[in-house]
Write a protein that binds this ligand. Structure first.
Ligand SMILES: C[S@@+](CC[C@H](N)C(=O)[O-])C[C@H]1O[C@@H](n2cnc3c(N)ncnc32)[C@H](O)[C@@H]1O
Length: 264
C-alpha cells in the first residue's frame, strides 16, 4: 500500500511507517487520492503557542521553555484541509473548533477533558471527526508535571505534544487494525507511536527538523527497532533532543549516551 507513495525521508525495514521531512502543503499534493484510511492530526491552531515562552500560568510548577518558534502563528490554509480529505477516507482533527468553518457540521466531536485542576488553562480540547457517531469524551490529566495517574510518565519534547494515552484512545476507537493512518502535522510523532502500538501503518509529515528527528526516534522505539537501523536509515540529530531530562524513549537515551561517549 505504502509502496505507491514517493520515497520517504525515513522508513522502517518492513515498510509500515513512512516519514517525510518537509512542508505538508507540498508533500500532500504528491500523495495519491484515498491512499490513507484515516487522517489523525493536530494542526497548528494559529494561536501563537510556539511563539510563547511557555512559562507556566499555573502556580504549581515552572514549565519547560521550548524556545520561540513561529509555526503556530497562522492556521493551515483551506487547501490543506481539502488535501487531507482528498487523500483519506476519514479524518480526526484536533483543535477542530478553530477550523469549524472549513470542516463543517459533525455529530461526532471528541472532547478531551484535561482534568487539570484550578488554573487558567483550558479545561478541554476538542477534536472534529468525519465519523457518524455520538460525541465521545476522554478524561486524561495533562498539565505541566501533572499527568494521568497510573500510567508511565511521559517526557515532553514538543511544546504542544499530545499525551500518548489520548492518541492511543483515538487510534483504537477511530481506526481499524492494519489501516493506514496519516498525520501531516506530526510534531514529535505521538500519533505515529499510538498507530504502531495498535498495528496500524503510519505516514507522518513534519516541517521542523528537530521535531522530525524526535518523531523518528519515538516511532522507531515503538517499533522496537535497533539503534543501528535508525542511525543507518537517517541519522537524527540526537543532541538537540537529549539536552534536557531523560526522555521517555530508551532508544533516544541510548543513542545520546553512545554519542556522548563517542562510541557510535
Ligand atoms: C500542534 S503541533 C503537533 C504536535 C503533535 N501532536 C505531538 O504530539 O507532538 C503541529 C506541528 O505541525 C508542524 N507544522 C506546521 N506547519 C507545517 C507544515 N506546513 N507542514 C508540516 N508540518 C507543519 C509544526 O512544526 C508542529 O510540530
Amino acid at each position: 500500500m505504502l509502496d505507491s507513495l514517493p520515497p520517504p525521508d525515513w522508513q522502517d525495514p518492513e515498510g509500515r511507517v513512512f516519514l517525510y521531512k518537509g512542508d505538508c502543503r507540498e508533500i500532500l499534493a504528491r500523495l495519491p487520492e484515498g491512499f490513507a484510511d484515516a487522517v489523525v492530526t493536530d494542526p497548528p491552531y494559529g494561536i501563537g503557542e510556539a511563539a510563547k515562552n511557555n512559562k507556566s500560568r499555573s502556580c504549581l510548577a515552572a514549565s519547560k521553555d521550548y524556545g520561540i518558534r513561529h509555526w503556530d502563528d497562522s492556521p493551515p490554509p483551506p487547501k490543506s484541509f481539502e488535501e487531507m480529505r482528498r487523500v483519506s477516507h476519514e479524518q480526526v482533527v484536533f483543535g477542530g473548533n478553530y477550523f469549524a468553518h472549513l470542516l463543517g457540521p459533525t455529530s461526532s466531536w471528541i472532547i478531551w477533558d484535561k482534568d487539570n485542576g484550578k488554573n487558567d488553562f483550558a479545561d478541554c480540547e476538542i477534536a472534529w471527526t468525519s465519523h457518524k457517531r455520538a460525541i465521545r469524551k476522554i478524561t486524561w490529566r495533562w498539565q505541566g508535571f501533572l499527568q494521568e495517574p497510573g500510567h508511565p510518565r511521559e517526557q515532553r519534547q514538543h511544546p504542544t505534544q499530545k499525551p500518548l494515552g489520548v492518541m492511543r484512545w483515538v487510534i483504537e476507537r477511530y481506526t481499524e487494525q492494519g489501516s493506514v493512518v496519516l498525520d501531516p502535522f506530526m510534531g514529535s510523532g505521538t500519533t505515529g507511536v499510538a498507530a504502531v502500538n495498535f498495528g496500524r501503518r503510519f505516514v507522518g509529515i513534519e516541517v521542523e527538523q528537530d521535531y522530525f528527528d524526535i518523531a523518528v526516534l519515538r516511532i522507531a522505539d515503538a517499533l522496537s527497532l535497533t539503534n543501528a537501523h535508525v542511525v543507518s536509515n537517517k541519522r537524527p540529530n540526537v543532541s538537540r533532543v537529549s539536552n534536557n531530562a531523560p526522555s521517555d524513549t530508551p532508544l533516544l537515551d541510548e543513542i545520546a549516551r553512545r554519542e556522548a561517549e563517542g562510541t557510535q
